[in-house]
Design a protein around this ligand. Structure first.
Ligand SMILES: NC(=O)c1ccc[n+]([C@@H]2O[C@H](COP(=O)([O-])OP(=O)(O)OC[C@H]3O[C@@H](n4cnc5c(N)ncnc54)[C@H](OP(=O)(O)O)[C@@H]3O)[C@@H](O)[C@H]2O)c1
Length: 355
């Protein structure tokens, strides 16, 4: 499936308004799925109807306890979708699934097919779903068809990819008459991030192990830079010829010790990653994501064009809680969207709404 640049924001939707109460299933309860669930259950505009996760340590546990409540709420973690769907009564129609399991679309496609085949709308943190058309054209096509034939919608979102280094730069170009280049940088202190992320970027590995694990595909590093660059390039019609992605380990020149991590001198302290979108040998889009222990956190976006735009968040965005927020706020748009496989840039402007 090739994503064309013909979607005009807001036009193809049944409604940009949301239902008063969105009934949802949480699918995947790792640190991120749990944060999404915790953020949703305290809101009066979301109602939990079921939870799925294959982790044997979680299966059968009551959700009340898992989200830190003092009492059980009568919803246990199910190892698969069927009992959850079977247990839902006619009045309790599900509007949306919050999906947070894995990063690569070839892993998550069977899960999406199951969900979409039940007619469920899905918003997922799966990084490669943020812009799946280039890396996985066939799977994109398949998912689009299954979603359309079941009258439901599938969207990949999150903080990065899905917002900070793609949707936000795209939005900032609203103030431009011409755009000739885009650069976006996100710096995070890897010590402050969840365990699975630290593992993914290879914290504390020796440089040799980092290189070996990268070579055999055991260490993904950050996933989604290529997707962010293409999401920008294709949405803005920048006609990129190709995207180049690289991940370079940053080696600690001294030991780092904090409440969260211990890094020995000579070992991996983090990763400098970048994605470059190139046209006619010229870099048009560049995204840098640096996840290094002890780094100053910030984001900066530069739009070259007329008029140029520079945007900077000197605080840095707390990625995991912000991902939960993006998923909830975007989820409301997904419920109201036209059927099919869409991207965050296809949806009407998402935002927080007080309830
Ligand atoms: N787009 C973004 O900005 C963004 C931000 C944060 C995270 N993410 C991504 O979101 C995903 C979740 O993050 P995380 O840190 O919470 O990951 P995690 O620690 O790996 O947790 C994933 C959970 O999903 C479960 N799971 C795996 N396959 C499943 C399946 N087929 N059916 C049901 N449950 C399944 C896992 O069980 P087992 O442990 O037993 O496998 C685990 O409990 C990751 O891919 C992460 O990279 C994206």
């Amino acid at each position: 499936m090739t994503k064309t640049n013909t979607i005009s924001v807001g036009s193809p939707y049944i409604s940009s308004r949301c239902k008063d109460k969105i009934k949802f299933i949480s699918f995947g309860l790792g640190p991120v799925g749990l944060l999404i669930l915790q953020a949703a259950v305290v809101r009066s505009d979301f109602e939990l109807v079921g939870v799925v996760d294959v982790n044997p340590d979680l299966v059968g546990q009551d959700i009340g306890r898992l989200i830190g409540e003092s009492r059980e709420i009568g919803i246990p973690v199910s190892p698969d979708l069927s009992p959850v769907i079977d247990g839902i009564s006619g009045q309790n129609q599900v509007d949306l699934v919050f999906h947070a399991t894995q990063s690569f679309l070839d892993q998550t496609t069977p899960q999406f097919i199951d969900l979409l085949s039940c007619g469920l709308n899905v918003v997922s943190t799966c990084e490669t779903l943020a812009y799946p058309y280039r890396r996985y054209p066939n799977l994109s096509d398949q998912l689009d068809q299954v979603a359309k034939s079941n009258r439901c919608t599938l969207v990949g979102a999150g903080i990065n990819p899905g917002f900070l280094l793609d949707l936000l730069p795209i939005f900032l170009t609203t103030a431009c008459q011409e755009v000739t280049g885009i650069q976006a940088v996100r710096n995070i202190d890897a010590a402050k991030r969840r365990g699975p992320f630290q593992k993914k970027v290879g914290l504390n590995l020796s440089p040799e192990d980092f290189a070996r694990q990268r070579e055999i595909g055991q260490l993904s590093a950050h996933v989604g830079l290529t997707e962010s660059v293409y999401l920008i390039g294709d949405t803005l019609g920048l006609n990129l010829d190709r995207v180049v992605e690289e991940h370079r380990p940053v080696i600690a020149d001294c030991a780092y010790s904090s409440a969260e991590v211990e890094i020995q001198a000579g070992r991996v302290r983090g990763v400098n990653s970048f994605g470059r979108g190139v046209r006619n040998q010229q870099e048009i889009v560049r995204i840098d994501f640096n996840a290094v222990v002890g780094s100053q956190e910030y984001e900066e976006i530069r739009i070259e064009g007329y008029p140029p735009v520079i945007w900077r968040n000197k605080l840095g965005t707390a990625g995991d809680s912000a991902t939960a927020a993006v998923i909830l706020n975007m989820g409301k748009r997904v419920v109201a969207a036209q059927p099919g496989l869409l991207t965050a840039a296809d949806l009407p402007l998402p935002h927080f709404t007080r309830t």
